[in-house]
Design a protein around this ligand. Structure first.
Ligand code: GLC
Length: 623
């Protein structure tokens, strides 16, 4: 069936291309829209889906009237421009004087002047430069909306608070904590001049070999269902009919719609092979809750359902999302995801737009995509009504986000980055995220007056933060890149010393004076997206196990602190440890680990373990 459909599409496309590329003398015919790529196996039936609804405040009368009046003054070029988003690494502010684009993003690897460790001031300057250029363009004045991946704090910015990744937050089971993290993240994003984060991620990872498992809260939907609303409200605040988002709040983008965590073998951007009912049960996740809370945008998933890419599935992006799910914001595609559709390229894809992508994330393809989309509207391949619907949704979100107001009261207040209040919040999150898997002989908590040896990678904030940290992959960072952070080692030393004890850092676990106990910190090194896809869950490095065995042979009790973006098969390490703690990817407040591991002078807990696994721990390396 799919072959026929594809063949049909290619046939249509080739005939359409034949029509679309006429010689100068032949007038362009009004082309029929490219046929749907949806097969029976990937056809969603709206009647099966639960109901949700964007708050009425998103489409209040004054906003809609404003949008209607503005659209009446916009040219076709200005309308099409609203549907195109460019990456700051591929567009200059002055380009906006010619191209009426509606959005820019700072992708995982993009930064001011290509400097991933640029100061926060430079980020503010960048935002202001693009905004000013957009304002100078003649014609209808429509402000840019500038998006960035602030997925565990404002993680692109040196000095920002880096919270635990979602896998650790899922272990905390604390929706109020999530709301507070959303608020803090939004404020740190707003002070640097951005308007919108590509989060929360509502993936429900079902195969931990996926390189993005850590971006999910849990392997079952219940946690995301309890977190999606609070995170949305933390980021955006409650929508109001009378005023836009309050200062310090930003637009959110629930992602990646849909079933991004359900791909076969955990392959990133792969295929979810399952029934519609199962997709609803497991992967609809917290989208209804996010929509009910007013999430202003939703990002379509790279992945496919039964062989059909979501970016081109109108039964998902339009029939379901704008039907029973009642979503009134806009849908943004993922990074050139439209180019993966049959008959499409990064530079041209009416199919995705007609299926329900309102804004193309076209990082480096924005210029030709703008031209092709404009041509497709002129030719009728993209119906004018479809363009108007997308533009209305985008402008509506810009109004609700407050972008038409000149004032940005918190922009430039860079003291909010890594503020004491935000660091304390992150430290609380770290404490609540830790999961105790083993504690033989009650090695934990460690008496604060003890002699403690700390081995492994305890003094590496970058490793503790994981992917999406300053750089896309989270690699190449040193502690100097986290001026407002504290490593796990530093936190342990502080806590032990405060209790009159002694802490020594020894990466290989060697010592001269025998310690009372050794803490060995080890785990995965940072990765993001498909670069983190693995074939098995076996924790391969052997050095930590050798260290644990040496310490055991010397009669030193050991506590393992395991840093990972997913549960892994670590039976040898667990068996060689007296205590074993899953710490996930805690971020820049490593002292939160010591808050739990190091007790008082009597050896009583100062903060007991709170976290509970939100992902199954594997019995075998196959997961
Ligand atoms: C990436 C990711 C998405 C992210 C976007 C912008 O490819 O899939 O989660 O928001 O591009 O960086």
């Amino acid at each position: 069936m799919r072959k026929t459909a594809t063949a049909l599409v290619i046939t249509l496309m080739s005939s359409a291309c034949a029509v679309a590329m006429p010689s100068r003398s032949v007038p362009v015919q009004a082309m029929t829209a490219q046929a749907s790529i949806v097969t029976d196996a990937a056809r969603a039936h709206p009647g099966l889906w639960p109901r949700a609804a964007s708050p009425a405040a998103m489409t209040d009368r004054a906003t809609e009237a404003f949008v209607t009046e503005l659209m009446s003054r916009m040219t076709l070029e200005e309308k099409v421009g609203q549907t195109i988003q460019a990456d700051i690494g591929s567009i200059k502010p002055e380009d906006l004087l010619t191209y009426p684009l509606g959005s820019i993003l700072a992708g995982g690897n993009s930064s001011p002047g290509g400097d991933e460790r640029a100061s926060a001031d430079k980020w503010v300057e960048l935002a202001r430069a693009f905004r000013a250029a957009a304002a100078q363009r003649p014609g209808a004045k429509v402000p840019l909306i500038y998006g960035i991946d602030a997925v565990h704090g404002h993680n692109n910015i040196v000095g920002a608070t880096i919270f635990p990744h979602n896998i650790g937050l899922g272990a905390a089971r604390d929706p109020d904590l999530i709301r507070r993290i959303g608020e803090a993240t939004a404020l740190e994003v707003a002070v640097t001049g951005a308007d919108w984060t590509f989060g929360p991620t509502l993936a429900v990872p079902r195969d931990d070999r996926w390189g993005r498992a850590y971006e999910g809260y849990a392997e079952n939907p219940e946690v995301a269902q309890s977190y999606a609303g609070p995170m949305t409200l933390g980021l955006q605040g409650a929508l109001s009919a009378d005023h836009p988002l309050a200062a310090g709040h930003i637009a959110g983008s629930a992602k990646h719609f849909l079933a991004d965590g359900g791909t076969t073998g955990g392959k990133d951007q792969g295929d979810y092979a399952g029934s519609e009912q199962e997709m609803i049960r497991t992967h609809l996740s917290g989208y209804p809750q996010a929509i009910d809370a007013g999430v202003l945008s939703i990002m379509a998933s790279f992945s496919s359902w039964n062989g059909v890419k979501h970016s081109g599935n109108e039964t998902i992006l339009t029939d379901v999302l704008r039907g029973p799910l009642g979503f009134d914001g806009f849908v943004v595609s993922d990074w050139n995801a439209h180019g993966q559709l049959p008959g499409c390229s990064n530079e041209s894809c009416a199919l995705a737009f007609n299926a329900g992508i309102d804004m193309f994330m076209a990082p480096d393809s924005w210029k030709p995509l703008y031209a092709s989309t404009l041509a497709q509207v002129k030719s009728g391949e993209i119906p004018m009504a479809r363009l108007d619907e997308a533009v209305r949704r985008i402008l509506r979100v810009k109004v609700k986000t407050g972008l038409f107001n000149d004032s940005r009261p918190v922009e430039g207040h860079l003291n909010e980055l890594g503020s004491p209040a935000h660091r304390a919040l992150a430290r609380e999150a770290v404490r609540k995220s830790l999961v105790l898997l083993k504690n033989e002989g009650s090695v934990l908590p460690i008496r604060s007056g003890a002699r403690v040896l700390v081995a492994g990678h305890a003094d590496d904030i970058g490793q503790a933060s994981g992917g999406w940290t300053l750089t896309w992959q989270g690699t190449g960072n040193t502690n100097a890149d986290f001026p407002n952070g504290q490593s796990i080692w530093s936190g342990i030393r502080e806590a032990v010393t405060a209790g009159g004890g002694q802490a020594t850092l020894s990466a290989d676990g060697s010592f001269t004076q025998k310690p009372d106990v050794a803490i060995v910190v080890f785990g995965e090194t940072p990765y993001a997206e498909f670069q983190g896809d693995v074939d098995t869950l076996d924790f391969v490095p052997t050095e930590p196990l050798e260290t644990l065995k040496r310490l055991k042979a010397a009669g030193v009790p050991t506590v393992s602190v395991f840093l990972s973006g997913r549960p892994m098969w670590t039976n040898p390490e667990i068996n060689a440890s007296d205590a074993f703690v899953a710490a996930w990817l805690p971020g820049t407040e490593g002292a939160g680990v010591a808050d739990v591991l190091i007790g008082d002078q009597a050896g009583k807990p100062r903060n007991d373990f709170h976290g509970a696994l939100s992902f199954s721990w594997p019995k075998t390396a196959k997961g």
